[in-house]
Structures are given as C-alpha cells and as structure tokens.
Design a protein around this ligand. Structure first.
Ligand code: UFG
Length: 338
C-alpha cells in the first residue's frame, strides 16, 4: 500500500518514512529540499534497506503533483511539507500562508478529483496558545496563535475539517508538542537552517562550540525555577504515532472521520531542566546566560495524550535524557560530514 509523504526528507517526515517502511508501507516522497538535504534519502535507505520513491519539487506546482498521482496508486497522505520558523513567519506572513496553505489545498484537490481518502496533517500545540489549564487535552479551547506560522496550522485544521465534512473523507489532525532527538542510528535528525531558533538544536550547537552560549529567554516565569515549561517528545515516538494513526484511518469503516490527537509525553520540563538533562546525558557542558523573555513565548504547555493512548494504542516511551543523547550522536555524525 502506497503512502504519499510530503516533506518526507524533513525532520519529522524522514523519521516517519522510516517507520512506514519498517511497517511494510511503500512510500512516495515529495520534498522540495527547501529545509532538508538529499543525503537524508540515502540515509533512510541505509537505515531501512528500502528505497522510497522520491520527487524533488515544490507542491505549488500542480501539474507535477498531478503526475505523481497518475504514476502511483496513493492510499493516503501524511502532509509534513510546510515552513515552520515562528519568527520568520512574522516577517514573511504571505510566504507562510502561500506555502503552507496553497500546497495543502493542491493535494486535497487531487484527493477530491481522484476520490481518495485518508489524510494526516501535521498540526501543532501552538493552536492552543497559552491554555488556561494544564495538561492540555484535545477539548481545550483553541486560541488564535500569535504567529502567522501558528495561524497556518489553525487554518489548515479548518480546511481539513471542511474537506472531510463536505466530501466524506477521513482525516486526522496530529497536534505535536515539542519534538526533539534523532534516530538511534545517528543517520537522521534535525538540520536547522542557520542559527537555530529552537531550544534543543541551540543547546546541541552550544555544546559542540558552534555557538558560544545559550541564551535562556527569561527566568522570571511563574514556574519552579523561573524558566518556561514545554513537553519535549522524542521524534521516533512521534513518528510511530503517525503509523498508528494511519492504520486507524485505513481501518475506519465510516466514510467521514475527523480525528484529533495531542502527541506529547504528558510531562513538562523547564528550559533549565533540559539543559541539565543534556549535560548529564552527554557529559558535556552547555554554557548559558539568562536573557529577557522572548516575545510571543508562553509560560507552560504540556499534553494530556490519553486520547492517543486510548484510541491509537500509542504512548511516548523515551525519556528526555535518552532523546537528548541521540541528539548529541547526530551532532557528532554531522561533524564527520563537514
Ligand atoms: N528557548 C531558550 N533559548 C533558545 C531557544 C529556546 O530559552 O535559544 C526557550 C524558549 O523561550 C521556550 C523553550 O525554550 O521557553 C522552547 O522553545 P522552542 O523554540 O524550542 O519551542 P517553542 O515551544 O517556542 O515552539 C514550539 C515549536 C513551534 C510551535 C510552538 C507551539 O517549535 O513550531 O512550539 O507553542 F509553534
């Protein structure tokens, strides 16, 4: 059975392709390499011993997309292809709306035209904003995200709900908390473009002396140590959830399905706890300085992921230290490539 994976050479996409191949799905990847590199394809083959089909193009090119659907019998799609830098989205909102939403609509138009179903969408806990209560479950009221990136995720969810309702389709919206870590082989991981915005890539580059010091954005939050709290979920656990969600969609007998799942560990960790766990796991030092809060940051977000456990039989298994150990192995691998 063939699954289209857009953005399949990206961070979460590449890990998910590995899990799909390991579960005997055939995979067709479309990725424009705007935030990934070709060697990831070779590494996926090395890890799995299988070769996914790969098309390097931008999903805004409708005619090329249509040819992919002509060439393969697509049983479902997992859509990772999107821009994802929160800060950049504030400077270039139109690029974010165009890239993240036009590409989504192009794929859905093909689904409609060809009478296909089974669509999984990468959403984010950003759709909850600063929730009034923790942990956050799927019924927590949504708030308009501050960033244009976040808005593309919320709008993407709405587009998919309408798509499922109007055309009797099966869709799953997966709301990720903070993905971290790398494949245990150290052959796949996150490839931050330029200076990393996210915590763990910055910590990793600081430990390997590419960056001088980590800036901790605020230690005056109302938390135990004053730094902000997030739910850091290991990327391989996250990837496995996609296969479970896909299996459930494929098995659904109803024509119309709109499933929503939070994917997190259920445990919040502060920025300082992450830094300390990284140092402990890898026996390296991470110099840091305390700075002002970063604009737009929330104080705390962690998941109630019970619904995913109940309905998908999925649960995060990997502890923070272990995830951070794989990140360090990946960083060492990247340095051998320079
Ligand atoms: N942080 C630092 N220093 C850094 C980077 C981050 O102190 O150099 C802190 C942040 O202030 C925050 C925490 O580490 O408190 C996590 O920051 P990230 O940038 O790694 O992650 P965010 O929670 O801000 O963003 C993530 C995803 C987004 C998503 C958002 C939803 O990266 O895609 O969650 O809240 F939109």
């Amino acid at each position: 059975m063939t699954i289209l994976v857009t953005g399949g050479l990206g961070y979460i996409g590449s890990h998910t392709v590995v899990e799909l191949l390991n579960n005997n799905f055939d995979v067709v990847i479309v990725d424009d390499l705007s935030n990934s590199e070709k060697f990831i394809l070779k590494n996926i083959e090395e890890v799995t011993g299988k070769k996914p089909v790969f098309y390097p193009f931008d999903l805004k090119r409708k005619e090329l997309l249509s040819q992919v659907f002509d060439a393969h019998e697509i049983a479902g799609c997992i859509n990772f292809a999107a821009y994802k830098a929160v800060g950049e989205s504030q400077e270039k909102p139109l690029d974010y709306y165009e890239n993240n939403l036009f590409t989504l609509i192009n794929i859905l138009q093909e689904f409609k035209r060809r009478n296909l179903s089974n669509f999984i969408f990468s959403s984010s806990c950003t759709v909850y904003g600063q929730a009034d209560e923790q942990p956050i479950d799927e019924n927590t009221p949504l708030k308009t995200p501050e960033s244009s990136y976040g808005k593309t995720k919320q709008m993407g969810e709405e587009i998919l709900k309408d798509f499922a309702t109007a055309y009797q389709k099966k869709v799953t919206l997966l709301r990720y908390f903070n993905p971290i870590g790398s494949h245990p082989s150290a052959l796949l991981g996150e490839l931050p473009l330029g200076i990393p915005n996210n915590l763990v890539p910055y910590v990793t580059q600081t430990a390997s002396k590419i960056r001088e010091k980590l800036s901790i954005w605020g230690n005056d939050y109302p938390t135990a140590d004053g730094t902000a709290i997030r739910d850091y979920i290991y990327v391989v656990d996250l990837a496995k959830a996609h296969v479970k969600a896909l299996q459930k969609l494929l098995d659904e007998t109803s024509e119309t399905v709109i499933d929503i799942y939070n994917l997190g560990t259920g445990k919040g960790s502060s920025v300082l706890e992450v830094v300390e766990a990284f140092e402990r796991a890898n026996h390296v030092e991470v110099p840091y300085q305390i700075c002002e809060r970063r604009a737009g940051d929330i104080t705390v977000a962690f998941a109630n992921a019970d619904k995913a456990e109940r309905e998908l039989g999925w649960k995060a298994e990997t502890i923070l230290e272990e995830a951070l150990r794989t990140t360090w192995e990946w960083q060492k691998y990247l340095q051998t490539r320079i």
